[in-house]
Design a protein around this ligand. Structure first.
Ligand code: BG6
Length: 301
């Protein structure tokens, strides 16, 4: 672990409260637990990675791999990884880390704000020698985790350099826990065109999304909320985004699950990724001194 990490004691002293507590989590990584009158949420400073969200009196909303790695510099599997500053493989350097570096960097706690309606934790990431190797520009990224009646995560990035930040991709890559993939239905994408990443063809969605094989799609021009109907569990989740016109839907199905060491072989039966994104043609340019923000709100209907 890098030795400039804050101690658990200093984090609790500076930011801890009745509802916000820092502790040592899996793999010795620093974890924060927020527990208020609305929900419990856990996240790691590595990747600003939310790994747990459970509204009061409800079952957990996010899916986590029970064979995820928790190690410095390794992506955690499940929860809400932040893909940034690119989504998927890097355009020009396919050997660079898939989905960028935000999900493996250690973020700093900047503030905790508690009101009657929410507990918010604000995290920050700026350029460092390791990020400059992959993005030779300076930036100030803020990630807000807001735990209220809903869970909102928001990534706001300001370009603190002199040149534009170009072709910036992102995904708030949420893994949702579902009872069984056969009874899942996604509404809100009907009529949208999408890039099918499996054969690189552009297609059009007809009706709700049903998953009965591997699916890896970037839906375009999305704006409306997406409803995840888990008909097996009799539960609906609404996923809304801002600062995004693209939505990624992913389930690895049988073979890809087996190929991923940190993904249980049968895990695909109980998860679906619905990702609020800036992917495909929806990548963004952030001029110097300007900010682009993207957010996802998750609520039980
Ligand atoms: C999805 C991509 O967002 O993330 C998939 O569309 C990819 O192509 C998946 O397989 C998982 O990526 P990773 O890097 O976490 O294994």
């Amino acid at each position: 672990m890098p030795n400039d990490l804050p101690s658990i004691e200093s984090l609790n002293q500076q930011f801890g409260s009745e509802s916000v507590k820092f502790r040592v989590g899996e793999g010795g990584l620093i974890q924060c637990r927020v527990q208020n009158q609305f929900a419990s949420v856990e996240f790691y400073l590595q990747g600003a990675h939310v790994t747990h969200y459970q509204p009061l009196d409800a079952a957990p909303v996010l899916w986590m791999s029970n064979v995820s790695k928790y190690a410095p510099g390794q992506a955690i599997r499940g929860g809400i990884p932040i893909c940034w500053p690119w989504f998927g493989a890097h355009d020009e350097n396919p050997d660079w880390p898939q989905h960028g570096f935000a999900r493996t960097q250690c973020w700093k706690v900047r503030a905790v704000l508690e009101t009657d309606s929410s507990t918010e934790v604000l995290l920050g990431l700026t350029e460092s020698p390791s990020t400059l190797e992959l993005l030779n520009q300076s930036f100030d990224a803020r990630y807000r985790i807001s735990v209220g009646k809903q869970l909102t995560v928001e990534l706001a990035v300001t370009n603190t350099g002199q040149a534009p930040l170009e072709k910036i991709g992102c995904a708030l890559h949420s893994y949702f826990s579902i009872s069984q993939i056969e009874t899942l239905k996604l509404d809100g994408l009907d009529g949208k065109s999408y890039l099918d990443k499996l054969d690189q063809k552009v297609k059009t969605q007809a009706g709700p999304v049903i998953v009965d094989q591997e699916i890896d799609r970037i839906y375009r021009e999305t704006s409306s909320p997406i409803t995840i109907s888990d008909q097996g569990a009799g539960r609906q989740l609404r996923v809304s985004g801002t600062g995004s016109h693209s939505t990624v839907v992913w389930n690895p199905w049988v073979n890809k699950s087996k190929r991923m060491a940190d993904f249980p072989d049968h895990g695909y039966q109980n998860m679906i990724c619905v990702e609020t994104a800036n992917a495909g043609a929806d990548v963004r340019t952030i001029p110097p001194s300007e900010t682009h923000a993207i957010a996802q709100t998750i609520e039980l209907v």
